[in-house]
Design a protein around this ligand. Sequence first.
Ligand SMILES: C[S@@+](CC[C@H](N)C(=O)[O-])C[C@H]1O[C@@H](n2cnc3c(N)ncnc32)[C@H](O)[C@@H]1O
Length: 218
Amino acid sequence: MATLYPKEIVTPLLSNTIIGRFQKKLLMFERKDHFYKKAKKEGLASRAAYKILEIEKKFKIWKKGNSILDLGSAPGGWLQILSQEVGPHGFITGIDRSPLKIAPPQNVDFIQKELFDPTLTFDRQFDSILSDLSPDLSGIRFRDTYRSYELAVRVWELAKLFLKKKGNLVIKVFPGEEMELLKKEMKKAFDRLVTFIPEATRKTSSEVYLVAIGFRGQ
Ligand SMILES: C[S@@+](CC[C@H](N)C(=O)[O-])C[C@H]1O[C@@H](n2cnc3c(N)ncnc32)[C@H](O)[C@@H]1O
Protein backbone atom coordinates (compact mmCIF):
# COMPACT_ATOMS: atom_id res chain seq x y z
CA MET A 1 0.00 0.00 0.00
CA ALA A 2 1.32 3.48 -0.91
CA THR A 3 2.37 5.70 1.99
CA LEU A 4 0.71 9.12 2.00
CA TYR A 5 3.04 12.00 2.83
CA PRO A 6 1.96 15.58 3.51
CA LYS A 7 2.06 17.86 0.43
CA GLU A 8 4.78 19.99 2.10
CA ILE A 9 7.15 17.01 2.08
CA VAL A 10 6.25 15.63 -1.34
CA THR A 11 6.56 18.94 -3.25
CA PRO A 12 10.33 19.42 -2.77
CA LEU A 13 10.91 15.72 -3.57
CA LEU A 14 9.12 16.15 -6.89
CA SER A 15 11.34 18.99 -8.04
CA ASN A 16 13.52 16.70 -10.20
CA THR A 17 10.71 14.63 -11.68
CA ILE A 18 8.68 15.32 -14.84
CA ILE A 19 5.94 16.90 -12.69
CA GLY A 20 8.52 19.03 -10.89
CA ARG A 21 9.95 20.26 -14.18
CA PHE A 22 6.41 21.02 -15.39
CA GLN A 23 5.75 23.00 -12.19
CA LYS A 24 8.94 25.02 -12.77
CA LYS A 25 7.94 25.76 -16.40
CA LEU A 26 4.50 26.88 -15.23
CA LEU A 27 6.11 29.23 -12.72
CA MET A 28 8.44 30.66 -15.38
CA PHE A 29 5.46 31.14 -17.69
CA GLU A 30 3.56 32.93 -14.91
CA ARG A 31 6.55 35.17 -14.23
CA LYS A 32 6.34 36.44 -17.81
CA ASP A 33 2.62 37.19 -17.62
CA HIS A 34 0.74 40.41 -18.44
CA PHE A 35 2.04 42.46 -15.47
CA TYR A 36 5.62 41.28 -15.99
CA LYS A 37 5.53 42.42 -19.63
CA LYS A 38 3.77 45.68 -18.75
CA ALA A 39 6.43 46.51 -16.12
CA LYS A 40 9.21 45.81 -18.59
CA LYS A 41 7.59 48.00 -21.24
CA GLU A 42 7.01 50.86 -18.78
CA GLY A 43 10.56 50.74 -17.38
CA LEU A 44 9.50 49.60 -13.90
CA ALA A 45 11.89 47.45 -11.86
CA SER A 46 9.18 44.94 -10.90
CA ARG A 47 5.60 43.86 -11.55
CA ALA A 48 5.06 44.50 -7.81
CA ALA A 49 4.73 48.20 -8.70
CA TYR A 50 1.17 47.55 -9.91
CA LYS A 51 0.19 46.06 -6.56
CA ILE A 52 0.99 49.23 -4.63
CA LEU A 53 -0.82 51.31 -7.26
CA GLU A 54 -3.94 49.17 -6.78
CA ILE A 55 -3.65 49.49 -3.00
CA GLU A 56 -3.33 53.27 -3.31
CA LYS A 57 -6.28 53.52 -5.70
CA LYS A 58 -8.53 51.66 -3.28
CA PHE A 59 -7.34 52.96 0.12
CA LYS A 60 -5.65 56.37 -0.48
CA ILE A 61 -2.54 55.64 1.57
CA TRP A 62 -0.40 58.73 0.89
CA LYS A 63 -0.45 62.39 -0.17
CA LYS A 64 2.05 64.64 -1.95
CA GLY A 65 4.84 65.66 0.43
CA ASN A 66 4.49 62.57 2.67
CA SER A 67 7.35 60.61 4.21
CA ILE A 68 7.20 56.85 3.61
CA LEU A 69 9.20 53.89 4.88
CA ASP A 70 9.34 51.11 2.25
CA LEU A 71 10.48 47.76 3.69
CA GLY A 72 11.65 45.09 1.23
CA SER A 73 12.37 47.60 -1.55
CA ALA A 74 14.50 45.62 -4.00
CA PRO A 75 14.56 45.51 -6.97
CA GLY A 76 12.84 48.91 -6.68
CA GLY A 77 9.40 48.95 -8.35
CA TRP A 78 7.56 50.40 -5.32
CA LEU A 79 10.27 53.04 -4.85
CA GLN A 80 9.82 54.21 -8.45
CA ILE A 81 6.07 54.65 -7.92
CA LEU A 82 6.35 56.18 -4.44
CA SER A 83 8.99 58.66 -5.56
CA GLN A 84 6.66 60.09 -8.21
CA GLU A 85 3.58 59.96 -6.01
CA VAL A 86 4.98 61.92 -3.04
CA GLY A 87 6.79 64.36 -5.34
CA PRO A 88 9.91 66.47 -4.71
CA HIS A 89 8.69 67.62 -1.26
CA GLY A 90 8.09 64.05 -0.13
CA PHE A 91 10.68 61.59 1.10
CA ILE A 92 11.09 57.80 1.05
CA THR A 93 13.42 55.58 3.03
CA GLY A 94 13.86 52.10 1.52
CA ILE A 95 15.32 49.06 3.27
CA ASP A 96 16.35 45.72 1.77
CA ARG A 97 19.15 43.24 2.32
CA SER A 98 19.49 42.97 -1.48
CA PRO A 99 20.67 45.79 -3.75
CA LEU A 100 18.29 47.81 -5.95
CA LYS A 101 18.24 47.26 -9.69
CA ILE A 102 17.56 50.94 -10.32
CA ALA A 103 19.38 54.13 -9.40
CA PRO A 104 17.48 55.49 -6.38
CA PRO A 105 15.39 58.54 -7.36
CA GLN A 106 16.34 61.90 -5.81
CA ASN A 107 13.82 61.82 -2.96
CA VAL A 108 14.75 58.23 -1.95
CA ASP A 109 17.28 57.17 0.66
CA PHE A 110 18.00 53.46 0.21
CA ILE A 111 19.73 51.52 2.99
CA GLN A 112 20.94 48.00 2.24
CA LYS A 113 20.35 46.26 5.54
CA GLU A 114 18.88 43.13 7.14
CA LEU A 115 15.48 43.85 8.70
CA PHE A 116 16.41 42.03 11.91
CA ASP A 117 19.68 43.94 12.31
CA PRO A 118 19.43 45.27 15.89
CA THR A 119 21.12 48.54 14.82
CA LEU A 120 18.26 49.33 12.41
CA THR A 121 16.70 52.60 13.52
CA PHE A 122 15.37 55.85 12.04
CA ASP A 123 15.75 59.47 13.11
CA ARG A 124 12.17 60.34 12.16
CA GLN A 125 8.60 59.05 12.08
CA PHE A 126 6.78 58.32 8.81
CA ASP A 127 3.31 59.16 7.44
CA SER A 128 3.08 55.60 6.08
CA ILE A 129 5.01 52.36 6.42
CA LEU A 130 4.74 49.82 3.59
CA SER A 131 6.14 46.30 3.53
CA ASP A 132 6.42 44.00 0.53
CA LEU A 133 8.90 41.74 2.37
CA SER A 134 8.91 38.09 1.34
CA PRO A 135 11.02 35.31 2.83
CA ASP A 136 13.17 33.19 0.50
CA LEU A 137 10.69 30.47 -0.42
CA SER A 138 11.51 26.89 0.58
CA GLY A 139 8.39 25.40 -1.01
CA ILE A 140 7.42 24.05 2.40
CA ARG A 141 4.20 25.89 3.03
CA PHE A 142 4.11 25.98 6.83
CA ARG A 143 7.76 27.08 6.99
CA ASP A 144 7.28 29.87 4.41
CA THR A 145 4.08 31.02 6.13
CA TYR A 146 5.82 31.19 9.48
CA ARG A 147 8.81 33.13 8.07
CA SER A 148 6.46 35.59 6.41
CA TYR A 149 4.69 36.01 9.77
CA GLU A 150 8.04 36.71 11.50
CA LEU A 151 8.77 39.45 8.96
CA ALA A 152 5.27 40.90 9.43
CA VAL A 153 5.70 40.98 13.22
CA ARG A 154 9.02 42.79 12.86
CA VAL A 155 7.33 45.36 10.58
CA TRP A 156 4.56 45.82 13.15
CA GLU A 157 7.20 46.37 15.89
CA LEU A 158 8.91 49.03 13.76
CA ALA A 159 5.54 50.64 13.01
CA LYS A 160 4.78 50.99 16.72
CA LEU A 161 7.97 53.05 17.03
CA PHE A 162 8.16 54.92 13.73
CA LEU A 163 4.60 55.38 12.38
CA LYS A 164 3.03 58.80 13.01
CA LYS A 165 -0.38 59.00 14.69
CA LYS A 166 -3.11 58.80 11.99
CA GLY A 167 -0.54 57.13 9.71
CA ASN A 168 -1.18 54.09 7.49
CA LEU A 169 0.49 50.69 7.43
CA VAL A 170 0.54 48.06 4.65
CA ILE A 171 2.05 44.63 5.33
CA LYS A 172 2.36 41.70 2.95
CA VAL A 173 1.93 38.36 4.70
CA PHE A 174 1.11 34.75 3.87
CA PRO A 175 -2.17 33.84 5.57
CA GLY A 176 -2.18 31.36 8.44
CA GLU A 177 -3.25 31.05 12.07
CA GLU A 178 -0.48 33.43 13.14
CA MET A 179 -1.68 36.13 10.75
CA GLU A 180 -5.03 36.12 12.53
CA LEU A 181 -3.22 36.87 15.83
CA LEU A 182 -1.41 39.77 14.23
CA LYS A 183 -4.63 41.11 12.71
CA LYS A 184 -6.33 40.98 16.08
CA GLU A 185 -3.59 43.09 17.64
CA MET A 186 -3.43 45.56 14.75
CA LYS A 187 -7.22 45.99 14.70
CA LYS A 188 -7.05 47.54 18.15
CA ALA A 189 -4.50 50.14 17.03
CA PHE A 190 -6.11 51.37 13.78
CA ASP A 191 -9.42 52.92 12.72
CA ARG A 192 -9.74 50.36 9.92
CA LEU A 193 -8.03 47.11 8.90
CA VAL A 194 -8.68 45.33 5.59
CA THR A 195 -7.16 42.18 4.06
CA PHE A 196 -6.64 42.90 0.37
CA ILE A 197 -5.44 40.86 -2.63
CA PRO A 198 -4.43 43.03 -5.61
CA GLU A 199 -5.28 41.86 -9.15
CA ALA A 200 -1.56 42.02 -9.98
CA THR A 201 -0.81 39.24 -7.47
CA ARG A 202 0.25 36.01 -9.18
CA LYS A 203 -2.55 33.48 -9.26
CA THR A 204 -0.25 30.85 -7.69
CA SER A 205 0.65 33.13 -4.77
CA SER A 206 -1.14 32.95 -1.44
CA GLU A 207 0.08 36.38 -0.27
CA VAL A 208 -2.32 39.02 1.01
CA TYR A 209 -1.83 42.63 2.15
CA LEU A 210 -3.01 43.87 5.52
CA VAL A 211 -4.02 47.47 4.91
CA ALA A 212 -4.35 49.40 8.17
CA ILE A 213 -5.68 52.97 8.08
CA GLY A 214 -5.48 55.63 10.82
CA PHE A 215 -2.95 54.63 13.48
CA ARG A 216 -4.23 55.52 16.93
CA GLY A 217 -0.91 54.84 18.65
CA GLN A 218 -0.12 52.16 21.19
C1 LIG B 1 8.88 40.80 -3.35
S1 LIG B 1 10.43 41.54 -3.04
C2 LIG B 1 10.01 43.24 -2.93
C3 LIG B 1 9.70 43.87 -4.26
C4 LIG B 1 9.67 45.40 -4.20
N1 LIG B 1 8.52 45.87 -3.43
C5 LIG B 1 9.62 46.02 -5.56
O1 LIG B 1 8.64 46.68 -5.88
O2 LIG B 1 10.57 45.89 -6.31
C6 LIG B 1 10.74 41.10 -1.38
C7 LIG B 1 12.04 41.65 -0.83
O3 LIG B 1 12.12 41.35 0.56
C8 LIG B 1 13.50 41.32 0.87
N2 LIG B 1 13.73 40.68 2.19
C9 LIG B 1 13.26 39.48 2.61
N3 LIG B 1 13.66 39.22 3.86
C10 LIG B 1 14.40 40.30 4.25
C11 LIG B 1 15.08 40.62 5.46
N4 LIG B 1 15.09 39.77 6.51
N5 LIG B 1 15.75 41.80 5.53
C12 LIG B 1 15.76 42.65 4.47
N6 LIG B 1 15.12 42.39 3.31
C13 LIG B 1 14.46 41.23 3.19
C14 LIG B 1 14.11 40.54 -0.26
O4 LIG B 1 15.51 40.79 -0.38
C15 LIG B 1 13.30 41.05 -1.47
O5 LIG B 1 14.00 42.03 -2.17
